[in-house]
Design a protein around this ligand. Structure first.
Ligand code: 13P
Length: 256
């Protein structure tokens, strides 16, 4: 059966009240569903506690959007992997394009974060993606393979089982412009092929999520693509209706 992960990246949105309301609603809707795949929400750090306490015995797991790789110490404003683990996080997004561009995160830092997460038993969702300029100048795969070479180094075979790749073309993030099914399948296929060539057979099992303006209207088509194993969803994960509709699309695919 196809492996699917539906992940919501809330970015810097919601507060304790609105995240609590979201979780209570999603809990109510999903509590009797027999889901064959993982549903994940990634709220801001300060809302992890309340979301996890509501969803702890539910069908929905909770992750973070970022972490720092050192264990503890003088890193004002940062959150360690151990802190995420102790609050009950299971996944953590790293290397989102917003962190790469706005906060200057390098592949080297992203790789260190991913390794720290893996060491503690959390699953990193590592994002890669090209800008429009890079795509238009024919450099899509040069960029993606460079990110794969440098953000994904030094993982053991066991680690690879817990690494999630998110392909998020930067030009599709928050723009309402989604990659066409052909563009998405081509990119996902080439990413999987590259991982197989470099890191071996494990690539056939790798989860490769698509992110970039995925919503309730296009999810079914995108999730149905051979090499797409789910979505990393921004805007549409903030509304219960659209997020649940995307969950239903994944369910429909696995039941067909
Ligand atoms: P949108 O779904 O809002 O385009 O955001 C995608 C994204 O960046 C998820 O990480």
């Amino acid at each position: 059966m196809k492996k699917i992960l539906i992940a919501g990246n809330w970015k810097m949105n919601t507060n304790v009240e609105s995240s609590t309301e979201f979780c209570l609603n999603v809990l109510e809707i999903t509590k009797n569903m027999d889901l064959k795949f993982t549903v994940l929400i990634c709220p801001p750090f300060v809302n992890l506690g309340n979301c996890i306490s509501i969803l702890k015995d539910s069908n929905v797991t909770v992750g973070a959007q970022n972490c720092w790789y050192e264990e503890k110490g003088a890193f004002t404003g940062e959150i360690s992997v151990d802190m995420l683990k102790s609050v009950g996080c299971t996944y953590c997004i790293v290397g989102h394009s917003e962190r790469r561009t706005i906060f200057g995160e390098s592949d080297e830092i992203i790789n260190k974060k991913a390794k720290a997460l893996l060491k503690s038993g959390l699953k990193p969702i590592i994002c890669i993606g090209e800008t429009l300029e890079e795509r238009n100048s024919g450099n899509t795969y040069k960029v993606l393979f460079h990110q794969l070479d440098n953000s994904f180094v030094g993982f053991s075979e066991e680690d690879w089982k817990n690494v999630v790749i998110a392909y998020e073309p930067v030009w599709a993030i928050g723009t309402g412009v989604t990659a066409t099914p052909e563009q998405a399948q081509e990119a996902h296929h080439n990413i999987r092929k590259y991982v197989a060539e470099k890191y071996g057979d494990i690539a056939s099992q790798s989860l490769i999520l698509y992110g970039g303006s995925m919503n309730e209207k296009n999810a079914l088509e995108l999730l149905n693509l051979d090499d797409v194993n789910g979505g990393l969803i921004g805007g549409a994960s903030l509304k219960v209706d659209s997020f649940v509709s995307i969950i239903n699309s994944a369910e429909q695919i696995l039941n067909s």
